[in-house]
Unconditional design. Structure first.
Length: 472
């Protein structure tokens, strides 16, 4: 009894110590200020759905972890307008400043990258980098470019004519839809320039005339804030500058702070893979052919399951990409015509039409003129030549079959062996597989299914058979 009381007392004391340590740890964690740092997020390559997803996730994690600012390391040839606008909306809505840094040497912030740079509170570039060429390109590949004379007049009157009048006077006479896209892009980049106090007139030239600038020229034209040799130099030159984060004015004090890299997670990497136009194209074809193989060989399971998975992933990727649905329809028609040629061989007209429709549809599928958002022509050519090869083989087999004698002639059918597909009925009638074909057969005696038989007489499409064990 005394030992039990002593044990209870010891356990009680330990409980008190553990609880006290736990509460003190929680209190210390709540009062301790997180270490100061700057988060680094890198956007390399084409701006697309995966890029927007990555930046949104990484910036949210950086804010949650207590970062004082974000360095957005940028190197892009451009990308999709919708993904670009999503990134810019995230930048403007963040509660910490974003420092755009075009790096390393040789990098660029072209097209969509120029808009993103203009949206950031601080814009910096490494030596030997450039930006600009921000003219929007439509999905059909047409570029709404203004006439050079109108651009010159717009530049000459930039200081004397209001922005609204300048936009109206320099709008080219042409397709109304193209003009709407162009003017919307101009208004968007000018609004970003006015928000951050940067050169709005050059921004308009980058959209209307695809103008470009080197890092040094951009700093002189007040397009960027400074040229920096590395990320640490960006923090050093940005410190002490006042920027606006939302409605508040913030003075940056981030010099010498550690930089933490926020790499993309598995979901972002997965999106980056499947939203590659070539990968999405291959997945789509693999899905179609997998389902076709399952239809021709019911019960194989693997082609059907793998095809369904590939088709669903490919369709998910395509709905995130700028797809030309006329091209998709031509591709589907081409595959359908090739299948029709396989099922009912002709002299090749249907198959040739299928290959032509397939190739045209593949080329048109993502004909956007946006770098990185087109299907690899080598893949298209390889699949097209494979289709031509299959078509040639089918035609060769058809012609060979026509040149050979009919295997169902009386002399060749007599004595041919086969196997009953089912038992014969009371009249001795049944069906058998003979010379690879299904024939109606008659026997003088009842025979079980699977019995091996031999042909003794033919009457039109009916054969008389005897068990193989009996001699003719």
């Amino acid at each position: 009894m005394k030992r039990w009381k002593a044990l209870k007392g010891t356990l009680s004391a330990l409980s008190v110590v553990i609880l006290a340590a736990t509460f003190s740890g929680v209190a210390a964690a709540q009062t301790a200020r997180p270490a100061q740092f700057v988060a680094e997020v890198s956007l390399d390559g084409v701006i697309g759905p995966a890029s927007a997803e990555y930046f949104d996730d990484a910036s949210s994690r950086a804010v949650k972890d207590g970062a004082d600012a974000i360095i957005l390391r940028l190197d892009t040839p451009g990308g999709l307008s919708e993904s670009m606008r999503r990134i810019i909306s995230t930048i403007i809505g963040l509660k910490i400043p974003v420092l755009c840094y075009v790096a390393p040497g040789g990098a660029r912030a072209a097209s969509a990258g120029t808009y993103i740079l203009y949206a950031c509170q601080i814009a910096a570039m490494a030596p030997a980098t450039h930006l600009g060429a921000a003219t929007p390109v439509s999905l059909t590949g047409s570029t709404p470019m203004p006439r050079p004379a109108l651009l010159d007049s717009a530049r000459k009157s930039a200081t004397a004519v209001p922005a609204v009048a300048r936009t109206a006077s320099s709008t080219p006479v042409g397709d109304a839809e193209a003009n709407k896209v162009l003017n919307d892009a101009v208004a968007y980049i000018r609004s970003l320039a006015q928000l951050r106090g940067r050169n709005a007139d050059w921004a308009e030239q980058a959209v209307r005339g695809a103008s470009t600038l080197t890092a040094t020229e951009a700093a002189q034209a007040h397009v960027i804030d400074f040229v920096a040799s590395d990320a640490a130099d960006v923090l050093k030159q940005a410190s002490g500058r006042q920027v606006r984060v939302g409605e508040q004015a913030v003075t940056l004090s981030i010099e010498s702070q550690p930089i933490h890299d926020y790499a993309p997670n598995w979901r972002t990497n997965f999106l980056a893979i499947i939203t590659n136009p070539t990968i999405a194209y291959v997945l789509l074809l693999a899905g179609l052919y997998g389902l076709i193989l399952e239809a021709f060989h019911p019960g194989a399971l693997f082609p059907g399951i793998a095809g369904a998975i590939c088709l669903l992933i490919g369709m998910y990727a395509l709905q995130m990409l700028p797809v030309n649905y006329a091209g998709l329809a031509l591709m589907t028609l081409g595959v359908g015509l090739l299948i029709a040629e396989l099922v009912s061989p002709t002299i090749g007209v249907i198959g040739v039409g299928g290959v032509i429709a397939f190739v045209l549809g593949s080329v048109m599928l993502m004909n956007t003129n946006v770098p990185g958002f087109s299907v690899n022509l080598g893949i298209i050519a390889g699949i097209a030549f494979a289709g031509i090869g299959v078509l040639a083989m089918i035609l060769w087999l058809v012609m060979r079959a026509r040149r050979t004698g009919r295997p169902t002639s009386d002399p060749e059918m007599l004595g041919a062996g086969g196997m009953l597909l089912g038992p014969t009925n009371a009249r001795g009638e049944g069906w058998a597989q003979i010379n690879g074909e299904r024939w109606q057969v008659f026997a003088d005696s009842p025979l079980a299914a699977g019995s091996h038989v031999r042909v003794v007489r033919r009457d039109g499409l009916q054969l008389w058979v005897i068990p193989e064990s009996l001699s003719l």
